[in-house]
Design a protein around this ligand. Sequence first.
Ligand code: NAP
Length: 255
Amino acid sequence: LKQYPNLKCVASMGAGVDFIMADPDISEKYIITRVVDPMLANDMSEFVIACIFSHLKNLHFYSQQECHKNWERKEYLRKKEVTIGIMGLGELGSTLANDLNHLGFKVQGWANSNKETIHTFVGKDELTNFLSSTSILVCLLPLTEETRNILNRELFSKLPKNAYVINVARGGHLVETDLLDMVNNGHLSGASLDVFSKEPLPQDHPFWGHPKIQITPHIASISSPSSVVPQILENYHRLTKGKQLKNEVSVSKGY
Ligand code: NAP
């Protein structure tokens, strides 16, 4: 940011702002905005719901079996048998929670503050209780200093045995070797991962071809230019008129 002495505002083209906050010269003097878009939230919700049903009905297992012409049946789960725990109840997490509720899932969430319509666990003090009653964990947190590496061995060990992990937030939330160990030692039943510490995922990464880890190339929800550009233009006009911008993020909170 130091290269632009007249800079007033940086607009993220997506929901996340972690790559902007990572600049060592970030400060409260800049206005940072992000995209808040119902389509983005809806796309994320549909993607996570697809991952949840894929897990319940063993679809990753069957697609691997198909490659080997194997005919083996596996017991499946029903939605009444699981509790979905969503870390992060912001624009994306709360849309997902509402959609899952409508589908008849038991849903709870973890955030910094209580949400009226979702059973919410608040802050570090309530994290253990949240985890112990979650069978499918979805990470939709922003990546901040507080949430980096939050999906680690200690956290996984607080989930019940056979819990399943879905990370659609950022690769920096997950300690990848801890996840591998906890899947390989049988504590976790598996994971769906859309984001990674290094993208594209390196060719020799142990996630490739892992029978219990389903991977996708950071496509859970992609900002559409037709919806992003008008938001940024509107904010530009607001800025030139000295008005408050829409969808500002807090530099001190990091999201
Ligand atoms: P958001 O509206 O800013 O919501 C963030 C949520 O996380 C809030 O509920 C917040 O709590 C909670 N939170 C933040 N820090 C926390 C902490 N330390 N402890 C507990 N809760 C905490 O974000 P969003 O728009 O839903 O997006 C979430 C993330 O999804 C983005 O930052 C981005 O990285 C990721 N994303 C991924 C894709 C993809 O394709 N894979 C696409 C879009 C976005 P409060 O409500 O109490 O403040």
